[in-house]
Ligand binder design. Structure first.
Ligand code: MG
Length: 297
C-alpha cells in the first residue's frame, strides 16, 4: 500500500509539472534546482567540456571565463573580452562570442586565440551573443547590440550569421530579428531555433543540406528569451523571464524550471549529459533530468 501511494504521488507530481501526454513522462522537470556556485556578476554562455569533465561559462562584466569542476569555480581566462556565449567545435576547440572585441574567436590547441569573424561586408559586428556549431563545422551566431554603445555601431540591423566550415565565408542568414539571441539545432539538425529577446518568442527555421535557412515561423512565446539548448528527444529548453521554459518539438509548453535567480542561458552536462546547468545572474545552478541533452561537440 505504501509503495503504491509513493508511486502514485511521484507520477502525479511529474505529470502535473510537465503536462506530459497519457501515462508517459516525457521529460521530468521535478528535480531539485541546486545552486553549485555563486558570487558572480552576470553569468552566461555555459558549455560542458567532456574531455576535461568541467563546465566553462562566462562572467560577462567580470571580464572572465570561469571553469567549474563539480566542486569549485576558478578563473579559466581573464580578461575574456567580455565573452558571452561559448561552445566547442568538432575538434573540441573553444568558440567564444566576445562583446568587448566584437568578434567570434577560437582558442587553438596551443592556446592562441584567433578571430573567426569580426566584420560583415567591411563593417564591424555589433556584439556577437551566442553561438552553435553544426556537425559539418559551420558556425552559426547571433549579433544583437547588447554589448556595444549605440554611437559605436556600424551595422543598422541585428543579424544571424553562418560562418562556412572553412572559415572563409560569412553569410547573413537572417536579418529581420529585433534582438536575436540564443540558438540551437534540433537533434537531426533539420531545424534551427533562434530566440528574439525583444519580441519574446522563438522562431524555428528549416535548415537545408547546404546550411541555408528557410521558413522562420514562430515556434513558442518566451518572454525575454535568451539562451537555449535542445535535448536528445528534441525538447527545447529556453531561458526566459519566467525561468527555463521547456517545449516539446511541436511547441507545446511542458513546464518551466524555476531558479532562485533569473536565468540567461543553460547547457547540458556531466558525464551522462543529464544535468542542465543554468547560468542565472550571480549564480550557477544545476538540475538533474531524465533525458540527456545533445552532446557538444
Ligand atoms: Mg544570450
Amino acid at each position: 500500500m505504501r509503495n503504491r501511494m509513493w508511486c502514485g504521488w511521484v507520477v502525479a507530481m511529474s505529470l502535473g509539472c510537465v503536462g506530459a501526454t497519457g501515462a508517459e513522462v516525457v521529460v521530468d522537470l521535478t528535480g531539485a534546482v541546486e545552486k553549485v556556485a555563486g558570487e558572480f556578476k552576470f553569468t552566461e554562455g555555459p558549455v560542458w567540456v567532456a574531455a576535461k569533465n568541467e563546465l566553462l561559462f562566462s562572467d560577462i562584466p567580470a571580464d572572465r571565463i570561469v571553469r567549474f569542476d563539480g566542486a569549485t569555480a576558478a578563473t579559466f581566462r581573464e580578461p575574456s573580452n567580455n565573452s558571452n556565449g561559448l561552445t566547442l567545435d568538432k575538434q573540441g576547440r573553444l568558440i567564444a562570442c566576445e562583446h568587448g572585441a566584437r568578434r567570434v574567436s577560437r582558442t587553438e590547441a596551443d592556446g592562441r586565440v584567433v578571430t573567426l569573424a569580426d566584420r560583415f561586408e567591411g563593417k564591424r559586428l555589433n556584439s556577437p551573443n551566442d553561438v552553435v556549431v553544426r556537425s559539418d563545422g559551420a558556425i552559426y551566431f547571433t549579433d544583437p547590440p547588447y554589448g556595444v554603445k549605440p554611437e559605436d555601431r556600424e551595422l543598422d540591423f541585428q543579424g544571424v550569421y553562418r560562418l562556412s566550415p572553412d572559415g572563409a565565408t560569412l553569410t547573413l542568414v537572417v536579418r529581420d530579428f529585433v534582438k536575436p539571441n540564443g540558438l540551437a539545432f534540433s537533434p537531426d539538425e533539420s531545424r534551427l531555433y533562434v530566440a528574439d529577446t525583444e519580441r519574446g518568442h522563438i522562431r524555428v527555421f528549416d535548415v537545408a543540406s547546404d546550411g541555408a535557412l528557410s521558413g522562420g515561423r514562430v515556434f513558442a512565446e518566451t518572454p525575454n528569451a535568451d539562451g537555449m539548448k535542445v535535448d536528445t528527444k528534441g525538447n527545447v529548453f529556453c531561458t526566459a523571464k519566467p525561468g527555463v521554459m521547456v517545449f516539446d518539438p511541436a511547441g507545446r509548453h511542458l513546464g518551466t524550471i524555476i531558479a532562485p535567480e533569473r536565468p540567461a542561458n543553460c547547457a547540458f552536462g556531466d558525464p551522462d549529459w543529464r544535468s542542465l546547468y543554468i547560468t542565472a545572474r550571480t549564480g550557477l545552478y544545476r538540475i538533474r533530468l531524465n533525458v540527456p541533452g545533445i552532446r557538444v561537440p
